[in-house]
Each structure stands twice: as C-alpha cells, then as structure tokens.
Design a protein around this ligand. Sequence first.
Ligand SMILES: Nc1ncnc2c1ncn2[C@@H]1O[C@H](COP(=O)(O)OP(=O)(O)O)[C@@H](O)[C@H]1O
Ligand SMILES: [Mg+2]
Length: 210
Amino acid sequence: MPTILIASSKGGSGKSTIATNLAAHFAISGKRTVIVDADRQHSSWHWCERRADLDSAVLPVDGTHEKWRKKVPDDAEAVIIDAPAGAQRPELRSFLDEADAVLVPVLPSTFDLEAAVPFLDSIVQHKRVNGGKLPVGLVANRLRPWTNASQQVVAGLKSWPYPLVGELRDSQGYVLMAGLGRSIFDYHSEQARRHQDDWAPMLRWLVRQS
Ligand SMILES: Nc1ncnc2c1ncn2[C@@H]1O[C@H](COP(=O)(O)OP(=O)(O)O)[C@@H](O)[C@H]1O
Ligand SMILES: [Mg+2]
C-alpha cells in the first residue's frame, strides 16, 4: 500500500489541497483510500465527510495522536497523510517512519522558499531520508506560469537537491472543489483535463517510488 506524506513548514502552502486531490485520484482509480489527517484544523477530514456519498469516498483517520496507525484498516490500498502546519521532524517522526514518499508543497514566494530550506534540512536528518530510503519531492503550488516570478521560482527550485516533481497552477477550481468534497479528477471538462495534466509528472514520480 503506498503511503504518501504531504508536509511543509508553512500553513497555506497547499498540503490539504494536494492531499485531497491525490486521495480522490487513488479512490477514483478503484483503490481503498485513507487520509490520515494530522492537522487539528481537520480540513481533509471535513472534505472526506463532504465526499462520503460518492462511490470514490475516502476514509478519514485522525492523525493527531500516535495511535493513528491502528486506525488505518489493514485492507487500505493507498494512504495519504496530511501533516500539521508548522510541524518539524520530531512531530513528523511517526509519519516519516511509515511513508514511501514525501511531497513538500512550496508557494512561489520568497517567504515560502526561505521557510522550506530549514524544513528540508530538518527532515533530511531522519535516517530514512538521509539513507535514501524515503524520497522527497518538491511541488511548486499556485503557479501563474505566465509570470516572471513563477518562472524564476521554478528555475530556482530545479537547482535544489530534491527533485521538483510537480508544478500546479493557481486556480479557483481547487478552492471550489475543496468546498464540494470533490477534486479535479472528478470532472472531465477541458479545463479539468488541463489541471489533471499538471498532476501527471507527480503521479508518475509517485508510482516509481512505491
Ligand atoms: N493551486 C491552487 N490554486 C488556488 N488555490 C489554492 C491552490 N492550492 C491551495 N489553494 C488554496 O489556498 C489555501 C491554502 O491551501 P491548503 O491546501 O489549505 O494549505 P495547507 O493545508 O498547507 O494549509 C486554501 O484556501 C486552498 O483552497
Ligand atoms: Mg491543511
């Protein structure tokens, strides 16, 4: 069962957005999917509740205490962990012990980039990251690809020692989907397909890690 941790040092960088869209992608593809919601704001948990009546529902599990593992059903086929805002390595340890891959969303802003550096320096001290057993991928989120600022950030991130595995555009679609308990993978319009294309490199990278 692939277990994917979504974590970053800052709130608002897109952890819950990535966690919920990824979970929907797995659920729609027929996998029994769980979100472990470790953030006390419980954004992902509420999203799962809004989605409960769909065939591709996602099971929410409370990840705010150490016993989260026991609550993940044995027959789960995909597990997405939505980490708490501002968490550092000690709080993330139980997730770093279990994950097959880590996704770190970063917004195209100087503040976000600056905050990502000590965060990455901290998680690389975990022995599974350090020993190359737990791959870490960066996801540039809320890009406006036509702007210089976004282009510069993407070019800069490509020189970091972690692969840039995803580039997601800034879109009100994500805000709308979150409120409906949906994802961009639930729709088939041309616009939805353009958004889905953004996810293809990240999904391919995740397949290679599990
Ligand atoms: N690619 C995106 N385009 C537009 N809005 C986004 C995007 N990603 C996230 N958001 C919005 O930004 C806000 C913060 O995102 P969220 O996923 O809740 O971050 P986190 O879980 O890291 O705190 C939310 O209102 C969300 O809808
Ligand atoms: Mg969140």
